[in-house]
Design a protein around this ligand. Structure first.
Ligand SMILES: Cc1cc2nc3c(=O)[nH]c(=O)nc-3n(C[C@H](O)[C@H](O)[C@H](O)COP(=O)(O)O)c2cc1C
Length: 195
């Protein structure tokens, strides 16, 4: 491309992470979509004028989306750019109870303006207890106590959560990004900047 020609629009993947699960999904998405990749934890200032779509990959911590604030600040003044969200949690995204919880969280977290142009997907990360901070391990201890009680009443996901406390569980699965890749490829592209 000539140096003074405008750059074509490309997708932008932004993410936050504590233990790398969301980062893996963000990297896979960037690779499959030929997207720019930005870690919101680095306090970046990406140029959104060339973004065809902004895809947020955010882990769930104690029922909040890690990176939501930075993402909202980044996109709030760009109402013409389509948005995609991909949450990454330890909970099973196929479980209807969890899907309801993700929806409630989206409603509580993002402004209506952002919600209205955001398509969501839900991915499964993992729990890496040996690498966890003391604070996180302590929080998960409380979660595992509650999970034990729910598990005893027949909830299989809770039982698994309780039984795997302290171990490494990794649900990352590259094939689960396929619907996101398909959705982003199907978006009608923003007109490229005029030469
Ligand atoms: C302290 C703590 C709280 C968590 N809270 C939730 C939660 O509310 N819902 C959920 O689905 N997963 C929860 N998780 C699991 C994380 O979302 C999961 O470990 C995810 O893969 C983390 O991604 P990351 O490694 O990119 O930070 C929690 C994990 C920790 C350590």
């Amino acid at each position: 491309m000539e140096p003074d020609q405008p750059r074509p629009h490309t997708p932008l993947v932004v993410y936050r992470t504590q233990y790398g699960h969301a980062q893996s999904y963000a990297e896979w998405l960037a690779e499959d979509l030929g997207a720019m990749l930005v870690n919101l934890g680095d306090k970046p200032d990406p140029d959104l004028s060339t973004a065809s779509v902004v895809i947020l990959v955010c882990p769930i911590y104690a029922r909040s989306y890690y990176g939501a604030k930075e993402f909202s600040l980044l996109v709030e003044n760009h109402p013409d750019i389509p948005l995609v969200g991909a949450s990454v949690g330890a909970s099973d995204p196929e479980n209807p109870e969890n899907i309801q919880a993700y929806k409630a969280l989206i409603k509580a977290t993002f402004s209506e303006g952002i919600q209205s142009r955001m398509q969501w997907f839900h991915l499964r990360g993992g729990l890496d207890y040996p690498r966890m901070s003391h604070a996180h391990r302590a929080m998960m201890w409380m979660v595992s106590r509650a999970a034990k009680r729910k598990g005893a009443k027949g909830d299989a996901e809770s039982q698994m959560m309780y039984e795997t406390y302290g171990q490494v569980i990794d649900f990352r699965d590259r094939s689960t990004i396929e619907p996101i890749v398909e959705y982003v490829r199907g978006l009608s592209s923003r007109p490229d900047p005029a030469p």
